[in-house]
Design a protein around this ligand. Structure first.
Ligand code: ATP
Ligand SMILES: Nc1ccn([C@H]2C[C@H](O)[C@@H](COP(=O)(O)O)O2)c(=O)n1
Ligand code: MG
Length: 234
């Protein structure tokens, strides 16, 4: 094949197979905690949508201030912004296995990801946890998060109920949802998580950089300085 990665910064070898797993669950359900364990045991790169946004919010820009305000109110940030940050982090990483934590939060997130990245997740891990337990955990978290206060927590729960449920139903219909009971101790939850990852198919997606959809070319050019990602399904 001709130089399929022409125009790309070179960090992703041609034909590299990428594995994506979405990790979703209510606020405080233990997504970050389980992701750390998965990273240690299975060598994934952990990309937390919330952490990427918090990082961006620190930048002294109009976009940073807008993100900061939305997060303080417990609202969701535009899908284009978050997908752009995720894609940038994927492309900058030398890894081929990614946990995307806290994404997709709603149908618009999911559609933006499909349009721009278009790599089917291997599966979607849902950490199921009661509202009382999640609230208790968040109020004891002590990580100085601006959104860990009673009012914003209430709004985040509402957003999860209203917006994330349709995403869960979508992946359930596709047979891609893997649900674990997150109400137990972290190590017990991880026993179930481990079994799910151990079963993961060793085949991934064959991803190369090429020139396809003009929208994706434009988008990637703007956000990452590269030209395109093509999912060469095998
Ligand atoms: N299974 C568990 N049992 C008890 N406490 C837990 C458990 N999992 C995580 N925690 C604690 O609960 C708090 C929230 O966990 P974590 O940050 O992993 O949740 P999260 O789903 O990533 O939350 P958010 O959506 O707000 O980012 C942390 O203080 C963490 O140490
Ligand atoms: N797909 C996403 C993920 C996160 N956000 C914003 C809104 C959340 O309340 C906040 C914190 O996320 P968390 O760390 O709890 O996963 O980040 C968003 O708008 N879109
Ligand atoms: Mg988290």
């Amino acid at each position: 094949m001709a130089d399929a990665n022409k125009g790309y910064d070179g960090s992703m070898p041609p034909g590299k197979k990428l594995k994506i797993v979405f990790v979703i669950g209510g606020p405080g359900s233990g997504k970050g905690t389980q992701c750390s364990k998965i990273v240690n045991q299975f060598g994934f790169t952990h990309l937390s949508a919330g952490d990427l946004l918090r990082q961006e919010a620190k930048s002294n820009t109009e976009q940073g201030t807008m993100i900061k305000n939305l997060m303080h109110e417990g609202k969701l940030v535009s899908s284009e912004i978050i997908v752009r940050l995720l894609l940038k982090a994927i492309l900058a990483s030398g890894n081929d296995k990614f946990l995307i934590d806290g994404f997709p939060r709603h149908e618009e997130n999911r559609r933006a990801y499909e349009k721009i990245v278009n790599i089917d997740p291997e599966f979607v891990l849902l950490i199921d946890c009661s509202r009382e337990e999640m609230e208790r955990r968040i109020l004891h978290r002590n990580q100085g998060r601006d959104d860990d206060n009673v009012d914003t927590i209430r709004r985040r729960f509402e957003v999860f109920q209203e917006s994330t449920l349709p995403v869960i139903q979508h992946y359930e219909k596709m047979g891609k949802l893997r649900r674990v009971d997150g109400n137990r101790q972290p190590d017990m939850v991880f026993e179930d998580v481990k079994a799910i990852f151990a079963q993961m198919n060793t085949q991934g997606r064959n991803v190369t950089i090429a020139q396809t959809n003009p929208f994706k070319r434009w988008f990637l050019h703007l956000c990452c300085g590269c030209f395109d990602v093509q999912d060469g399904r095998n």
